[in-house]
Design a protein around this ligand. Structure first.
Ligand SMILES: [Zn+2]
Length: 248
């Protein structure tokens, strides 16, 4: 029997606190209307990372636009910052390195996409498919095996603690470490059975269901859950009267 409490003590990697549910990357220069909005609703860092491949437009009610967080290296770093994996100082350092070593940054981005694809497969099919689990494990171990550096625990300015990783050699090698650590934690804790995809078929979001009864259906009640409710109401109200017009 899986007790809810057994889901809790998954070691926090670099993000000691659950990130806010929706946050925008902090760009210092003015308001960037084109800045993507990141969604954190997976309840695990690796699931939030998987969800970064959702580049659909956000709800019409919000002007925010989602973008694939791996669209370019800069957005990738924005996401790592939003997820509290990188603090401002480290993010600035990594951006500087990327400017000096564009080929290395581009390779790191390609690599992150590859890991994300393996982790999405793990989230969606890992429970049923031993092959998918083995493939994801190979990706996780590839990243772990390549990341040489020093692990530390640091106290942050707000008084909270966070694990950090200072890589030696390849500056970009450690970037994916917290994400794969989080996936490894879920495998070790036997959490795959609790990983779900949103019940809205158009929504690709994956999340971990930590509810006691295991009945979380929507990635987010405020969006997909509400949309399902509203659609039911609309169907009833409309009841056959089609406002459909066909253009010339
Ligand atoms: Zn959803």
């Amino acid at each position: 029997m899986l007790q809810p409490s057994s889901l809790a003590p998954v070691a926090s990697v670099t993000s000691p606190l659950a990130p806010p549910s929706v946050t925008s990357p902090s760009r210092t220069a003015g308001v960037d209307l084109d800045a993507p909005t990141f969604v954190f609703l997976g309840d695990r860092l690796w699931l939030d990372f998987v969800n970064t491949d959702d580049a659909r437009r956000a709800d019409a009610s919000s002007a925010a636009r989602r973008a694939d967080a791996l669209r370019d290296f800069d957005v990738f770093i924005d996401w790592l910052q939003s997820a509290s994996v990188l603090d401002t100082e480290r993010a600035t350092g990594i951006r500087r390195r990327a400017f000096q070593q564009p080929a290395g940054a581009a390779a790191a981005l390609v690599d992150a996409r590859r890991v994300r694809a393996a982790l999405r497969a793990l989230a969606e099919r890992g429970l049923q498919s031993a092959k998918t689990r083995a493939d994801a494990l190979a990706e996780i171990n590839r990243i772990l095996g390549r990341s040489a550096g020093t692990r530390r625990v640091e106290q942050r300015t707000d008084g909270t603690y966070a694990r950090t990783f200072v890589s030696v050699g390849d500056a970009f090698a450690g970037l994916m470490l917290p994400v794969v650590d989080s996936a490894a934690d879920s495998l070790i804790a036997g959490e795959l059975a609790r990983v779900r995809r949103c019940s809205d078929p158009r929504c690709p979001h994956v999340f971990i269901d930590t509810t006691k009864n295991g009945r979380r259906r929507w990635c987010d009640m405020a969006t997909c859950g509400n949309r399902a409710k509203a659609a039911r109401h609309r169907r009833r109200a409309r009841d056959g009267s089609s406002g459909l017009t066909i253009g010339p």
